[in-house]
Design a protein around this ligand. Structure first.
Ligand code: AHM
Ligand code: MG
Length: 335
């Protein structure tokens, strides 16, 4: 029987092969994985662990925080602040950046995360997850400021997510393809279960919150109308629809069997570019999707090329199977 490859072994071997993972980055990824394991345990206990329900507080985006949002945020911070691999962290659940306390050594990386994505699904036992992105701190000045985080997605050095579903799966890229690791609860370790993940270029499945249809812009409406017209319409084929309302779970499906995920700008709050956050939701997912042969745009431009102007910036998102993302992007660009 083939030997199981743990996340630790995978990272060590990647480091040996082409030196693509420096030692500090390897440590960082192991620590994030360990934190995800703890979050997975808390999620798994559900009502028995007293972790469900609202924390009766709001985050910087004005969203009500769930107990598990706060617990997951704390788990990630506590796991990451003392190892010497990080300079600072940023999270969906914190207004401003979190500096590594001065009593600990300072590392050269910046970690951004959405500690628990899909918060509306926590209490109903539907898949949720953690999304993370790793950047390098610019080395032209001492200390860390929020501006150091404002780097385009192409600058990421690692990105991934962990989905807490029927099984817990960690999905990772360091710029050399996408690998998936499944948590073996008996061994307590993540085991490599898929390498070289590839998204098919074509698909018959789309994901969007259809209840917002009346608020969409014309290109999105056109794209979805054409899918809905099925084999009698201009696309000449029937489409299926899925919407889990946890981006991690929707993206995981797309990495597994293809599809397109859309969270467009809409007229409800025209001043916002979209609902999802650029730096710790869209960027890591866009990089994973591109690394698996897919595409990711904001409707007009490649997400990874966008220059962030603030930490909690929002963005419209179209990602997944390449030909579909290109089609809806062409519609926006007037093709
Ligand atoms: P969250 O980070 O507060 O959980 O919000 C992000 C989530 C995504 O996971 C998901 O795709 C989207 O919000 C669902 O939004 P909606 O409830 O509008 O369908
Ligand atoms: Mg989120």
């Amino acid at each position: 029987m083939a030997q199981k490859v743990s996340l630790t072994r995978y990272l060590v071997e990647q480091q040996r092969v082409d030196g693509s993972i420096p030692a500090q980055l390897r440590l960082l990824l192991e620590v994030v994985a360990r934190a995800c394991k703890s979050i997975s345990m808390a999620v798994n206990k559900g009502a028995l662990g007293g972790v469900l329900g609202s924390a009766e507080s709001e985050n910087v985006q004005g969203e009500v925080q769930k107990k598990l949002d706060i617990i997951s945020n704390e788990v990630l911070i506590e796991a990451n602040e003392w190892g010497g691999h990080l300079a600072a962290m940023a999270s969906e659940e914190m207004d401003s950046i979190h500096l590594v306390p001065s009593r600990y050594p300072q590392g050269e990386y910046l970690l951004l995360f959405d500690p628990l994505d899909g918060s509306s699904n926590i209490d109903v036992n539907v898949s949720i997850g953690t999304i993370f992105s790793v950047l390098k701190k610019p080395d032209d000045h001492p200390g860390v400021q929020e501006a150091d985080f404002l780097q385009a997605g192409v600058k990421q050095v690692a990105a991934g997510y962990c989905v807490y579903g029927p099984s817990t799966t960690l999905v990772l890229t360091v710029g050399d393809g996408v690998a998936m690791f499944t948590l073996d609860r008996e061994q307590g370790s993540f085991v490599l279960t898929q390498e070289n993940v590839q998204i098919p270029a074509d698909t018959k499945e789309f994901a969007i919150n259809m209840s917002n249809m009346r608020h969409w812009d014309a290109p999105v409406k056109r794209y979805v109308d054409e899918c809905l017209a099925g084999k009698d319409g201009p696309r000449g084929k029937d489409f299926n629809m899925r919407w889990i309302a946890s981006m991690v779970a929707d993206v995981h499906r797309i990495l597994t069997r293809g599809g397109i995920f859309m969270y467009p700008w809409d007229k409800r709050e025209p001043e916002k570019a979209g609902k999802l956050r650029l730096m710790y939701e869209a960027n890591p997912m866009a990089w994973l999707v591109e690394q698996a042969g897919g595409a990711a745009t904001n409707g007009k431009q490649r997400i990874l090329d966008l220059q962030p102007t603030k930490l909690h910036e929002r963005v419209a998102v179209f990602l997944g199977s390449k030909n579909e993302v290109e089609r809806v992007t062409d519609y926006h660009n007037g093709a």
